[in-house]
Design a protein around this ligand. Structure first.
Ligand code: MN
Length: 153
């Protein structure tokens, strides 16, 4: 069981994601106002963050960058979910520091698989197996988040 923080402004998607994650035995927590996401994350200590990109106030891209700069949260894997995939979006999302990218409307199977992969691998690698060294340079040599979810049982 993993703590999974969902940042999403659409109530139907919140319900869908929470139901899906709970059905897989996880503990979801949702934030609909991205201005509260960082504070909630520090309290909830998620093993994974799932964030919408199109968010009012603080955009998903900005939130991803803020998490990567946060001393407590920097190593938490992030999965972005977005309805509009223009050319270059995936690159921008990954460059901001997300490990995975799922487009809406989500495929339930892909969503669940990506969650499982990220929980298993942590933020060192993404589900496609590509090294995510670009933002992780500072943590080279430091212990990785290999224990993500490992202390929950
Ligand atoms: Mn949205």
């Amino acid at each position: 069981m993993a703590n999974i923080l969902i940042v999403e402004d659409n109530a139907l998607n919140i319900k869908l994601f929470c139901d899906l994650l709970a059905a897989h035995g996880h503990k979801p927590e949702a934030v609909s106002d991205s201005r509260n996401a960082l504070a909630t994350a520090r309290e909830f200590k998620p093993d994974l963050v799932i964030t919408d990109i199109q968010l009012p106030h603080v955009s998903g891209l900005d939130l991803i960058r803020m998490i990567r700069k946060d001393t407590e949260l920097a190593s938490v894997p992030i999965m972005a979910v977005t309805a509009y995939s223009a050319v270059g979006d995936e690159e921008r999302i990954r460059a901001a520091g997300a490990q995975a990218y799922v487009s809406k409307p989500i495929s339930v199977v892909k969503f669940a698989q990506t969650v499982d992969d990220l929980l298993a691998k942590g933020s060192d690698t993404d589900p496609t197996g590509q090294a995510r060294a670009s933002w992780a340079n500072e943590s080279n040599g430091a212990p990785g988040p290999t224990d993500a979810g490992g202390e929950e049982s």
